[in-house]
Design a protein around this ligand. Structure first.
Ligand code: FCB
Length: 449
């Protein structure tokens, strides 16, 4: 049974070669090329392609009280719109979540292990919580679902962040020690390991969030430090801008140490991290596009060259001319916050990540935060059509994992944004698949669009 979920380096390369082999086309006339493009995009996805949905522990489990973000949610002042509380109670309801994944016809589930549960106090490893995640992995296997596991999805234990978080020189070793414990508990039975989720998120947010939000973030972490009587309280996705470079540096070392720790336990387990990639397009002469890309992704794409794959997470595009980012065109589709969403951006981000790294791609997140599920239902097949096309053009893509399985706790924005394939009643925790969930499930079941 376990064999089904093993995907070693050889298998990864085989998937890549399969996709690449489709690319060997001779030059074609424009009309013939257009026809071929349609044919290629409708070609079935490769066998063994992961079709999945994703969650993150802090966003769905609930009562993550030993974590750093829980503490920040309860400071005065706090940048968080509301506390996470029970989230959607997936700590209890994970079997229901897995039943939904299976019921939709998906063959993989990306979920995270919560460090603050495994090591709620420094050096205190919870055997019970390791067993909990072991049961989840077994629950996946029993249902024929490949577990794609994130070792750190932004949140860390409160004690870790109170010691300076990722800016602490000991951070990589502390993280690697936790990864070693997790790998020993579940490493044998999982399909892929992602050390860190979006370690570049602060670099992206630096360009997007307005100054008052940065002020609120700084005030929040300062309030936390004061309350604990420590010099600094440093988190991975909530920070003052002055800490960003040091955090990035620590995360990079953390990834490498974690990769080594996981590989030492199971050398053939594919290990990588996920990167948030906006699809940047260049407009006109001297576009800022390449400089922006270098700033947001340069270091991380370099690091990924030493990994087995890279997780690509895409939600939008950005068009840059020589002066700055251009506004979205009139009539563009928009998400809950008013940002443009553009289905071809996924394929653009995937192509860029592969060209820059040479490693296979897992689409580890892609989705749209909206109350209009018809937009999500349109967006999924449109993005997948383009994704299939870049695969036909030679980019090795291992799977497509939609964010998110469930409407959940969207960090500082609280419960307002809805990214789920399923809605969740926050009183009863009853999950209800939306029409878009069936759209994705049907594509997964057919293996083609
Ligand atoms: C990504 C995060 C994920 C979720 C989605 C909407 O940046 O990895 O946890 O917040 O955005």
């Amino acid at each position: 049974m376990t064999e089904n979920f093993r995907m070693d380096r050889r298998a990864l390369l085989a998937v890549g070669a399969g996709a690449g082999a489709l690319a060997g086309l001779a030059p074609l006339s424009a009309r013939a090329a257009a026809k071929a493009a349609v044919a290629k995009a409708s070609t079935p996805f490769p066998k063994g392609f992961f079709w999945g949905a994703a969650t993150a522990p802090h966003q769905v489990e609930g009562n993550n009280i030993a974590s750093d973000l829980w503490f920040l949610e309860h400071q005065q002042p706090t940048v968080f719109a509301e506390p996470s509380g029970d989230a959607v109670n997936s700590l209890e309801l994970w079997p229901t979540d897995l039943d939904i994944v299976k019921g939709l016809g998906l063959n993989s589930y990306r979920f995270g292990i919560e460090w603050a549960r495994i090591e709620p106090e420094k050096g205190l490893i919870s055997r019970g919580m390791l067993d909990h995640y072991k049961a989840m992995v077994a629950g996946c296997r029993d249902r024929g679902i490949a577990p794609l596991v994130t070792f750190n999805h932004f949140t860390a234990p409160r004690w870790f962040s109170a010691m300076g978080g990722w800016t602490n020189p000991d951070a990589p070793a502390l993280f690697a020690n936790y990864c070693d414990k997790v790998a020993r508990a579940i490493g044998a039975d999982i399909g892929m390991a992602m050390t860190l989720n979006e370690p570049n998120i602060l670099l992206l947010l630096r360009k997007i969030l307005p100054p008052p939000v940065w002020d609120a973030q700084r005030a929040t972490v300062q309030a936390a430090a004061k309350r604990l009587g420590v010099a600094r309280f440093v988190c991975a996705n909530v920070a003052g801008p002055e800490d960003i470079d040091a955090i990035e540096h620590g995360l990079a070392a953390g990834h490498k140490a974690a990769r080594a720790a996981i590989k030492a336990v199971r050398g053939d387990l594919p290990v990588g991290f996920t990167l948030s990639i906006i699809d940047e397009e260049a407009a006109g002469k001297n576009s800022l596009r390449d400089a922006v890309r270098q700033e947001l992704y340069g270091m991380w794409l370099e690091i990924a060259k030493g990994d087995d794959f890279i997780g690509v997470q895409n939600y939008e595009r950005a068009v840059w001319n020589d002066k700055g980012r251009l506004p979205a065109p009139d009539g563009a589709d928009r998400n809950w916050s008013g940002t443009e969403v553009y289905a071809p951006s996924l394929a653009g981000a995937v192509k860029y990540a592969h060209e820059a790294t040479g490693v296979p791609i897992l689409v580890s997140e892609h989705g749209v935060g909206t109350d209009d599920d018809t937009l999500r239902a349109r967006f999924i097949p449109a993005a997948l059509r383009d994704l299939r096309q870049v695969m036909a053009d030679g980019v090795p893509v291992l799977g497509y994992v939609h964010w998110s399985l469930l409407d959940n706790y969207e960090w500082i924005f609280g419960y307002k944004p809805h990214f789920g394939l399923c809605s969740v009643d926050r009183e009863t925790f009853v999950r209800t698949p939306k029409p878009s969930a069936r759209v994705l499930g049907a594509i997964a079941a057919r293996g083609s669009i």
